[in-house]
Ligand binder design. Sequence first.
Ligand code: KG4
Ligand code: ZN
Length: 339
Amino acid sequence: MRILAIESSCDESAAAILDAGQGLLAHEIFSQIELHRIYGGVVPELASRDHVRRLLPLVKSAMAQANTGPEDLDGIAYTAGPGLIGALLTGASLARSLAYAWKLPSLGIHHLEGHLLAPLLEPEPPPFPHVALLVSGGHTMLIEVRGIGSYRVLGETRDDAAGEAFDKTAKLLGLPYPGGPELARLADQGAPGAFKFPRPMLDRPGLEFSFSGLKTAVLHALRGREMTDAIRADVAQGVQLAIVETLTAKALRALEQTGLDTLVVSGGVSANRSLRERLAEAVGREGARVYYPRIEFCTDNAAMIAVAGLARLAAGQHDGLAIQARARWPLESLQPVAR
Ligand code: KG4
Ligand code: ZN
């Protein structure tokens, strides 16, 4: 069984071909970061227009690389939400049109399910059930993953996502968009402990997060100070540590609450080296194990959409002829896949 997958929910256009027996045959990605950088964030209309330009060539190139024609495919998966509605529609209408022309079933996939299942592409995939810490630009969630499609949200952020907290504080430090990786690089040069920022909601029970206070804390710290390179690096160090410690502590709490001993970390922020180091140490101490996608599959890609699509297609699921696109879509409403 072989599937083509298309991702276009935000500012990455991507296509991938996944085969049940042979694994990932091709994956192509075009990042729009340069296009949006001068605006300091993603401009939805520009994103949609660029997806229209990029997606079909990416699909063609992935199919050529995988030596795959339409007759070799068993279905087409695409990201149906959540995300920017215009951007989603470009991928959804392309996927549905190809499926119609090639007489193939199609599947609208939940973007976060893609992130959650990305580690299944690795040689040593995580076992089910497990706890997932999903940390991206739009979401920060702890999820009990009982199996594919069976998700229980244990806690999430009340305001800013972890990636958003990285991006917004990076902006205050004058770093270019997207600020997460830039802030992480700067933090390496900072002196540990020079600035201590609040660990939001760490002192309270439960698994909720709140990161919006960090921006204000950084603004206060910078007020009346000359923003030298050394100070910027020290602040970056403090911000990263506050986010990483909060995520680590709550992830441990979720393992303890569920009694599970496997943690999966995915989404853009799971590429953060400091987070990986701290989690490895903390989770190891508890006798549990932590799994990640490879770095290139932490951020948005089509390979992860293919994983979710193939699992669902193999279980006999697919959609009708309608184009599916939803800006909002609760993860818990998905149909479970029997394994
Ligand atoms: O999963 P993703 O590519 O897109 C969404 O679905 O949101 O995540 C993007 C987010 C951005 O906020 C970006 O700054 C953050 O992930 N990010 C990082 C790192 N790499 C990406 N944050 C901290 N450290 C990194 N190394
Ligand atoms: Zn994403």
